[in-house]
Structure formats: structure tokens, C-alpha cells
Design a protein around this ligand. Structure first.
Ligand SMILES: NC(=O)c1ccc[n+]([C@@H]2O[C@H](COP(=O)([O-])OP(=O)(O)OC[C@H]3O[C@@H](n4cnc5c(N)ncnc54)[C@H](OP(=O)(O)O)[C@@H]3O)[C@@H](O)[C@H]2O)c1
Length: 341
């Protein structure tokens, strides 16, 4: 059976790879598998392929005590040195994340040994294997729990893959005034859309190298302040800014970062979730909305082309342009008209 599932339990994270407390499972963003472990893992995961002991991979700073000869810079990391090449997609149980899995599997320009998919609904993740060729590894996790990132870090440290692609698509929004959205929803929105996306990126970056790509799914909502979507829009502005700056930092390593900024998409669960508040009537309709298929194909094309920002569609492209030349007050005035249509 092609499908492999990670059961999140202590069994899956043996003592030597247990999160944080174990020497072999460093804190998120500081994963540093040892050379002998990497070699033995390579032999274990790729039958018939012998991998000679390789030097430890460094991140921005060398490990204390590690000689520079033994720790090559991350710029030189290349896929061929690792046992397998993977793509990691969060929010893969529905909407854009699910569509990314399908299109990546079907696209001859995208080639991975495994796709790791993350979201809370296990059965949805498991069902992804049907109809796709690439082995799917289902990792059911709630990314608003900080422990979840530790579990991803431990798994990465244990398997030492080459991460060719990371797509942070997990996210949600809520429509309403400041008094219509519960504090719990507000906190989870900030946690998932901002903290979890950054933590996932930090955790995966040490496993990336030349040719790796990151897609942060932001939103056209990040281009300006939006009344009645105020927290959601602010989280996307955060992710957009983070993506743009990170791109410059990782460019010398040959890694690209693309901030994907779609307009409304109607064939995902996003709008239904966003409407579940005390009062979501502030936004009446979603005119000029797009479909997830075209958003995903556009985003993958832009990422392969190395673009910093992907605006998949005419509306979000125009929105980006006008948000650069018009003051926020003008943009919010226009939004006040559009949201009443
Ligand atoms: N649809 C739009 O109009 C639109 C427009 C612009 C940008 N976006 C952005 O696009 C991204 C994808 O949205 P979508 O339209 O595909 O919506 P969606 O169909 O609701 O997908 C959201 C995904 O996030 C996952 N998720 C939610 N909470 C999670 C948690 N705590 N831990 C882990 N995963 C969690 C969901 O899976 P589980 O429920 O199984 O956990 C689901 O797979 C979001 O970041 C959204 O902000 C959407």
C-alpha cells in the first residue's frame, strides 16, 4: 500500500528523536541530524542505494565544536545528498492545499518521492492517496498547538529528507466586526495564519537547499487594512511581509519564497468557515471570485518562475497595483462600497 501514515504518539517518536528534550531532536528550526545517523537513515529509506557517511548539514551558524570542513554551508545542500525528496503541504485536507497535492502529483515538472500532508482531519488526509501516484504521508496535527511543530521537527530529523517544496496553506478567516468574533477565534487565527506558518517554515528550512521553493499562502487581504475582516487581513499582511523579507535571506542558498495572494475563492471551505460568527452580514457577496484550480496552477507557475509575489487572477493583480498607489483610507473607502454590493 502506498499510503503511509504518521500516528502522532510517543511510539512514532522514539526516545532518541523525542521533541526538544532529546539530543537527537533539537528545537524547531535547529534540526541538525548527525552524519552517521544520516547515512544509516539513507540506507534504511532507499533500499539498494548506498550512501557514504556525509558531513553534517549546517544552518546559518555552525554547531558548536563542528569544524567548517565537516559542516558545509546550506548553499551547497543538494537533493542528491539525501535519501528522498519531499514536498510538505499544510492545510491539505481541503481547498487550496488539497488542490496543490493533486496538481503537484499530476505535473511532470514537479517530482517528489513523498508528499507530506498536514491538517487536523485525518480521514481527509488519508483519502488523498486515492487517485495520486506519489506516496502520501498523512500527518494529522493541529498546527495551533506549539507541540505540533516539535513533532514535525522530530520527524524531519529522523528521516533527514531533502525538502524541495513547502506550501503553508493552512489558514482561516472570520468575517464580522470586532464584537462578532470570539477571542478564541481571534487567537487561533493569529496562531495558525502567523505563528504556525513561520514555525513550519523555520522547521523545514534546514532541510532545504538549492532549488527548494516555499509558497506562503497569503491573501489579497494582506495588501490593505480591511474593516470587518480586520484580524484576518492583519495576519495576511504579516505573512506577506515575512515572506518578502525571508526571500532575500534565503536567496543566497538558492531557495525561493513566493507570497501567494489570491482574491476570494468560492470552491473551498474558507468562506463557509469565515461566515460562522455572530454576524457576518457585513460582507454580502463575493463578486469576481475565482476557483481553486486556476489559483493553484497560477501559484505553482509563479513559484517555479521564482516570483516574489503571485497574484493569481486579474482582480488581485489590480488590487495589488492600486494598493501601492492609493492611500489606505481611499482603499478602505472603496472596500466599504464593494462589501455592500
Ligand atoms: N478561499 C479564499 O477565498 C481565500 C482567499 C485568499 C487566501 N486564502 C487563504 O488560502 C489558504 C487556504 O484556504 P482555503 O480557501 O483552501 O480554505 P479551506 O478549504 O478552509 O482550507 C483550510 C485548511 O486549513 C486547515 N486547517 C485549519 N485549521 C487548522 C489547524 N488548526 N491545524 C492544521 N490545519 C488547519 C484545514 O484542515 P482541517 O480543518 O482538517 O484542520 C484545511 O485543510 C488559507 O490560508 C486562506 O487564508 C483563501
Amino acid at each position: 500500500m502506498k499510503y503511509t501514515e504518521l500516528k502522532i504518539s510517543s511510539d512514532n517518536f522514539p526516545e532518541e528523536t523525542a521533541p526538544v528534550t532529546s539530543p537527537a531532536a533539537p528545537a524547531p528550526g535547529a534540526v541538525r541530524p548527525s552524519s552517521s545517523d544520516a547515512a544509516s537513515r539513507a540506507a534504511a529509506y532507499v533500499p539498494g542505494v548506498s550512501v557514504s557517511p556525509e558531513p553534517e548539514r549546517g544552518d546559518d551558524g555552525d554547531a558548536p565544536g563542528a569544524s567548517s570542513a565537516a559542516v558545509p554551508s546550506e548553499q551547497s545542500a543538494s537533493c542528491s545528498r539525501y535519501p528522498k525528496k519531499i514536498a510538505i503541504i499544510t492545510g491539505a485536507s481541503s481547498g487550496l492545499g488539497q488542490e496543490f497535492v493533486r496538481q503537484i502529483d499530476a505535473d511532470p515538472e514537479e517530482s517528489f518521492d513523498e508528499i507530506w500532508v498536514i491538517a487536523r482531519r485525518r480521514e481527509r488526509l488519508e483519502a488523498l492517496q486515492e487517485g495520486v501516484r506519489v506516496p502520501i504521508r498523512a500527518i494529522p496535527l493541529d498546527l495551533t498547538l506549539p507541540d505540533s511543530i516539535d513533532q514535525i521537527s522530530s520527524l524531519l530529523a529522523e528521516e533527514n529528507p531533502f525538502a524541495g517544496l513547502l506550501i503553508n496553506a493552512a489558514g482561516f478567516g472570520k468575517i464580522g466586526s470586532y464584537q462578532d468574533i470570539s477571542r478564541d477565534d481571534i487567537d487561533r487565527m493569529i496562531d495558525l495564519n502567523c505563528r504556525a506558518a513561520v514555525d513550519m517554515t523555520q522547521a523545514v528550512l534546514p532541510f532545504m537547499g538549492s532549488g527548494s521553493r516555499i509558497l506562503e499562502i497569503c491573501s489579497t487581504a494582506g495588501f490593505q487594512p480591511f474593516q470587518y475582516l480586520n484580524v484576518y487581513a492583519a495576519t495576511k499582511a504579516f505573512l506577506y511581509r515575512y515572506s518578502r523579507a525571508l526571500r532575500m535571506e534565503v536567496m543566497p542558498r538558492g531557495i525561493s519564497v513566493t507570497a501567494v495572494c489570491p482574491y476570494w475563492i468560492t470552491d473551498t471551505e474558507f468562506i463557509g468557515t469565515a461566515r460562522k460568527t455572530q454576524d457576518s452580514t457585513y460582507i454580502r457577496h463575493f463578486p469576481f471570485s475565482t476557483k481553486r484550480g486556476s489559483v493553484v496552477s497560477h501559484a505553482l507557475y509563479d513559484s517555479r518562475a521564482g516570483f516574489a509575489v503571485s497574484t493569481p487572477g486579474v482582480v488581485c493583480t489590480l488590487h495589488r497595483f492600486f494598493s501601492k498607489i492609493c492611500p489606505d483610507t481611499v482603499m478602505m473607502g472603496i472596500w466599504d462600497l464593494i462589501r455592500r454590493i
